[in-house]
Design a protein around this ligand. Structure first.
Ligand SMILES: C[S@@+](CC[C@H](N)C(=O)[O-])C[C@H]1O[C@@H](n2cnc3c(N)ncnc32)[C@H](O)[C@@H]1O
Length: 286
């Protein structure tokens, strides 16, 4: 969120984190995020409703499905929490650490404005016992598209991770980054993740960009998040299959996930849903 000279708030990419949280809060039985409602604000809900009207009405459900997929994968990983850590890059207002039964060491990375707001509100929510206490290391980074900021971030992460196995989540973020920054991000991760670590990520395949719903999301990002000349990023599925040092162990799309989660709400029309496929990769060697 930026401000004009007169102090008026201007949305930015960080506001997207509030919007997708409203989607998770709408169907907690599907997203499995029983705490999402705690972060919903009136302006965010209004914007989320405008998003559904302008972009497409399946978007709330698909955001719940991806959260469910990543949470279940993380739950499995965190059962053996000893010597394991969780890193959420572009964490927004997600509640993963609070949704886990096991106290795994957690680190959240995001823009300074989000981190500041989240830390303040977390203090209140934990003090009033609306959220269980969790120790989270917050690392603010101004811009993942900036090579120097990325380098600085990974210097910190590398020290924090040490020789532990890590679960790194990049959810709803690749869309916002340049292709070059995304490749660089994966290169940095290759260096800090030890064998047996997991990398969870979702991204649009290039062919999604020809769908009308994708173009509507792009217009919404420009008009309502005020991101000028926006060029959304996509990732070829072969990229995940051939990422050096990793093996692809799970791949899910929203059509299949919707059938598993709730048959009554199943998505069957590929054109009406924006498919930001979810991938889980395992690190083979350092
Ligand atoms: C759509 S939100 C997703 C948030 C969260 N992962 C979720 O799924 O609810 C995108 C997140 O990526 C972060 N982000 C996007 N571009 C970024 C950049 N260039 N540098 C740092 N963070 C960025 C935003 O601040 C925001 O929290």
């Amino acid at each position: 969120m930026h401000r004009t000279n007169k102090g008026q708030a201007i949305p930015g990419v960080d506001v997207s984190a509030q919007v997708v949280n409203c989607f998770r809060a709408k169907y907690p039985n599907i997203s499995l995020d029983k705490f999402a409602h705690l972060w919903v604000t009136e302006p965010a809900e209004k914007l989320a409703n405008r998003y559904l009207e302008k972009v497409g009405e399946t978007e709330d459900l698909t955001h719940c499905l991806r959260h469910r997929f990543f949470l279940e994968s993380l739950q499995e990983f965190s059962v053996a929490a000893k010597n394991r850590v969780f890193i959420n890059i572009g964490a927004g207002f997600t509640n993963y650490p609070h949704l886990l039964n096991t106290q795994i060491r957690c680190c959240e990375v995001d823009k300074p404005s989000i981190i500041k707001e989240k830390q303040q509100r977390l203090q209140q929510l934990q003090a009033s016992q609306q959220l269980p206490d969790r120790e989270i290391l917050f690392i603010p980074t101004e811009d993942l598209n900036n090579p120097n900021k990325r380098k600085k971030l990974f210097n910190s992460l590398s020290k924090w991770v040490g020789s532990c196995q890590s679960f790194v989540l990049i959810e709803g973020v690749v869309y916002w980054l340049s292709q070059e920054s995304t490749y660089s991000l994966f290169k940095h991760l290759q260096q800090i993740q030890t064998a047996g670590s997991l990398l969870a990520v979702n991204a649009f395949k290039p062919r999604e960009s020809s769908k009308a719903i994708f173009q509507r999301l792009r217009s919404f990002s420009e008009d309502d998040y005020c991101i000028k000349n926006f060029s959304p990023n996509t990732l070829n599925e072969r990229f995940h299959e051939h990422l050096a040092g990793y093996e692809l162990i799970k791949c899910a799309n929203y059509i299949n996930l919707s059938k598993q989660a709730n048959e009554a709400m199943a998505l069957d029309d590929q054109e009406s849903a924006l498919e930001e496929d979810c991938y889980l990769l395992r690190k083979l060697m350092r």
